[in-house]
Structure formats: structure tokens, C-alpha cells
Design a protein around this ligand. Sequence first.
Ligand code: DX5
Ligand code: ZN
Length: 222
Amino acid sequence: MKCFIAPSMLSCDFARLADESLAIVKQNGADWLHIDVMDGHFVPNLTIGAPVVKCLKKHSTAFMDCHLMVENPQNYVKAFKEAGADMFTFHLEAVPKEVQIVDLIQSIKDSGMLVGVSIKPKTPVESLWETVDIPSMVDMILVMTVEPGFGGQSFMADMMPKVATLRQKYPELLIQVDGGLDQNTIKQAAPAGANVIVAGSSVFGAKDRGAAITGLRQACEA
Ligand code: DX5
Ligand code: ZN
């Protein structure tokens, strides 16, 4: 199965974001740029928002996979579209009760971005198909393999049954895993059915980033 490797820019040198983004795609062979957007409320960390994505888009034509770890994601659809985001992934847990998830999804679709829906480790996988019509309404499901908020945490292998269940139900779906992915843990994620691999510290911390990306792709597509 074709796999997409999406380095998490959270682990790059933010002061050199444009250069790092260009190099990781053009020199090192990444497929997507994974942009971690954190608001200090949904997760206990602050990172970057739409204004930075907008600047980055001027330097890079790469696919911008935006992972919004923010409360009230419905408030950011327009800004991210205008910034040039290609994928808008929100957390199921972050949508307030008064907002219909189907309406949020429709607004993302109408804007022309792809739709991703993510669940935190403690959220059961069933809550996905109980809430949204997969695959007709969503392009990608993100199964978090760490508690969202920080790079460099340990991969939670006990999330793999969620991935396997999703893969069994939806053979064609983009299933993303995020958190603690490296040359070893990919050997658990890939057989379970993940085909979009986010990797931050294992790629940016590698001596040879290109080899790290190639290694992840080979293990994923094996
Ligand atoms: C965590 C972020 C991840 C993180 C992954 O909340 O969503 O994208 O940067 O980093 P590593 O690969 O270092 O676990
Ligand atoms: Zn992420």
C-alpha cells in the first residue's frame, strides 16, 4: 500500500522553518509537511497558527497537513484555508457540543481543504463512526499514538488495535499515526494498517534525514 511520510515540523528549527521545510521535501524526500497547531488550551503547549502557515506557503508548494490541537476548531477553518492549508485535521474531542460535527466537516470540504479527524489515546475508535460517516465525509483519520502536546514521547503500541479496526472497516482510507514513530515502531504501525506516517524527532534528530524518511517509507510499504 502506498504510504505518505509527513515529518512533523514541530521538531525542526522554527527559526529556520522555511529552509527546513524546503529541504525536508526537496532534498530528503518527504511527501507532506505536518504542521502541529497548538493553542495552549486543548493541549498544554503553544506552537504556530495560520499566519505562520501563510508565510510558509510562500516558500513551499508542499502539501500542508495541518493538525489542529485547538479548542473550537470551527473558528479556524477560514484562516487556515486562506493560509494555504491542504488538510485540516481537527480533534473530535475539541468540538463543542453546540457545533454539529457534520457542519464543521462540510465547511472544511466547502473551503476546498481535505478533512482529517483525530482521536486522542483515551478516545475509543467507535466514537469515530458513531459520529461521522466514514469514508464519505472524511479523507483521513488520525489515531494519536501519544498524548498530543509535545514531540519526543514514546509510541503507544496499545493504539494499534484502533488502527487495525479502522483498516479492516475501511480498506482505502488514509489512516495517519502520530507520535513516537521511528524505524522500530513503524514495524507495528504499518502491519496494523497505517499509511500516513508522522515523524518528528526520529526524522529531524537523524544524522541522515533522507535515510530516515526512506527507511520509514520502505518499512511502511513492505
Ligand atoms: C504531538 C504532535 C506530533 C509530534 C510528533 O502532539 O501531534 O506531531 O510532533 O513528534 P514525535 O515524532 O517526536 O513523537
Ligand atoms: Zn501532529
